[in-house]
Design a protein around this ligand. Structure first.
Ligand code: S6P
Ligand code: ZN
Length: 193
């Protein structure tokens, strides 16, 4: 089979200090207002948005699409911070394609990877720099930054995986991470009580 331009090997360069890589195809920013329905303290959401609507996280993408494959790279940089007592986190999603897994690699910072199935199985993985987690198909996934510096992780997945946000927007995850007595603490999500 004749090779097309996109079928040749390619590399990008990761910057461990910045938590980004170059070249990039695109980036997306999510602020507190984009995550308004995700945090449990709606009064704190309102006042944080009014006070300047801070950036929570950015995602940098590169899709290594070839004629026959669709491997993709995403790096997410979550700022340290809280809305009320709840730590900054990603929205979280299920993959649209039920057979699509993903690998997450924590390269900076500390926090938790929360995962949950439609059947209500919940699992949280403690993350420090160097933790690599496999997210099996059919597990929703969200990352929470419980540290005092940006948390950066690299994701590899197939573009065919797609994203479904609706379920997480409506019900959240079974547990939330809040600061209690200065420590990250799991509490049951109000929407599930
Ligand atoms: C894609 C992968 C990540 C997330 C990113 C932001 O499958 O899991 O690149 O898109 O970490 O999270 P979210 O929930 O806002 O898409
Ligand atoms: Zn994903």
């Amino acid at each position: 089979m004749a090779l097309k331009n996109e079928d040749y090997p390619i590399s990008v360069q990761f910057d461990f200090d910045a938590g980004t890589f170059a070249p990039q195809e695109k980036s997306v920013e999510r602020k507190v207002s984009d995550l308004a329905m995700m945090f449990h303290d709606t009064t704190a959401v309102e006042s944080t948005v009014k006070a300047g609507d801070p950036l929570v996280y950015e995602i940098f993408y590169y899709g290594f699409k070839t004629s026959v494959s669709d491997m993709a790279l995403g790096t997410t940089r979550i700022q340290p911070g809280k809305v009320g007592d709840e730590y900054y986190m990603t929205k979280g999603h299920f993959h649209e394609a039920y057979d699509q897994p993903e690998i997450y690699f924590c390269v900076k910072g500390e926090g938790y990877l929360l995962m949950e199935t439609h059947e209500g199985e919940f699992q949280a993985e403690k993350w420090t720099r160097g933790t690599i987690s496999h997210i099996p198909p059919m597990w929703a996934h969200r990352v929470v930054n419980t540290g005092s510096e940006p948390l950066v992780f690299v994701a590899t997945y197939h573009l065919a995986a797609g994203h479904i946000y609706k379920d997480v927007e409506e019900k959240g995850f079974l547990k939330c991470l809040v600061e209690k007595d200065g420590k990250p603490t799991f509490v049951l999500n109000d929407k599930r009580k």
